[in-house]
Design a protein around this ligand. Sequence first.
Ligand code: CA
Length: 640
Amino acid sequence: MKNIIIFSLLLALIVPQVAMARDEVNYTPQGSHFELLTLGSAQAVKLRLYDAGAAGKVVKTVSLKAASQPDGYKLWSADVKGDLKGRFYTFDVKYAGKFRGETPGVWAKAVGVNGRRGAIVDMRDTDPQGWERDRRPRVAPHDWVIYEMHHRDFSIDASSGLEHKGKFLALTEPRAIEHLLQLGVNAVHILPSFDYASIDESKLELNRYNWGYDPLNYNVPEGGYSTDPANPNARIREFKQMVQALHSVGIKVVLDVVYNHTFNIEGSNFQLTMPDEFFRKNPDGTYSNGSGCGNETASERPVMRNYMIESVKYWVDEYHIDGFRFDLMGVHDIATMNAIRQAVPDDIFIYGEGWSAGSCAYPNEKLGMKAHMKQMPGIAAFSDDIRDALRGPFSDDTKPAFLAGLPGHEESIKMGIVGAIEHPQVDYSKVNYSKEPWCLQPTQMISYVSCHDDMCLVDRLKASIPGISMPELIRLDLLAQTAVLTSQGVPFILSGEEMLRTKQGVHNSFESPDEINHLDWTGIERYPQVMAYYQGLIAMRHRHPAFHMGQADLVRSKLRFLPTQDCVVAFHIDGRGIKRESWNDIYVVLNANKKAVTVDVPQGPYAVVCRSGVCSERGLGSVQGGKVTVPAQSALIFHN
Ligand code: CA
């Protein structure tokens, strides 16, 4: 604790802060105050007011006045009298004798359709009834079970039975809430839900699909997920209604944030406001592309760093967001990630992709990569180690691994079971990617086998195991999620896996039509065993702290791996002395072999809670200990 305090004090000293207007518009019924921060070289700023969110004539143009800032930036401001509620605005900044073009600024909190103009709203008008009583549910990081979903995937199909198809409001409907509660997840991670560029919000009838990794306005919800994109209040209110409905049943909400790049450079609000200030460049003057999307932002610069901190804080304050998933966290610098960690309350969970999509114009050793997680206490990263050890590598969908009964992946899975911490029985030299432990605490590792990226689990099993039968596919699916959900890391499930979703083999479905991306809810009835198993496993995890101890020292002292043969990972957890744990000796065996195997355990009796694709704390019989048989391609869990 003392170290953390010293660390944060140091951080406050070394991280420079730039005073940056988080409120570019301050509305009151008597008048509105506008301000914009630009580079010191800006020559003029024009404010234009409109009646409409898109098209229509300018109703007023105002020149902002500059007040120089000590750190070389310029803060411009203007006061406009009268009640401007319902009007729209843009800024236009002049550099080197030329106005760069209209932008809602970088801090718009409400926008018109398609996000090209800011909207003047009274934020209190956007609060749903009872919003002031909404609180973030109390769930410690080690207790989280995360469900990653896209609004359209989740509700668009008729089989969902949901009314608000593809909308924020779908998550307020009883059927949606009941499903999440039945499954047992306590955190919903929504794919990018800030305003993104790729969907024309004025033509939603075209039913276009996109994941949303093309940011336009970072601090406004996406219009395409609202029932009325032209009404600036609707998307804000409906987003809050979604948060409120989930919070009311104890489910947290994680926002997928994409600060690492913008939709484009030249048309971006960053570039229109402060040219080249937010982006990294190569030594030859070209823009660096560590995001793989044409540009990368420069989190190490005070303006961008401060922007990310304030933006995250804004989502916490205004929308009561519980956690953030940082897209390509490896593009951001470590100091910025730590500054964000410090800036938000401790219960806000922060995790990200500990990699980039290309090389960055910043020293690798200073970037938020998975290998540097020990320098980012309180922040987690996805474990591609356990993911690929189970299903096979990202680079080749046809390549199988542990699930196909291939030996050599056991150590990577063991690493995933302990949460990528140092453990005396994990030989990191045999782990697929990480040659040393990368977590200080197990809650720094996200445990998963599939996410929105690349194939869902069903498709991957089909692609990597030619001719796989449905019963075998189900066996391996359940085995994979048993590894994920008995990991000391934080488990994460792609939405629809519980219904055995398929994306018809599409690897990158970021703009595939609904036919590919939609969840088919009939999967719940067609594969009742799958849903029941996920439910049983998640419920068991929640009820038994042994499966999510949360502390590295505790994991090291309580969790022991058993000697086994190829394609088997088996461990024992000593439940004695673990707070609120009612079981004493807990055994988990993951057998990927096509035949039954045996493991040696002390004489019993033990109660069986998971066997042959059934997971339930009630009535699965008992085993006597000694040589215990574990059926083929399945997990066995028993305890005394
Ligand atoms: Ca949009």
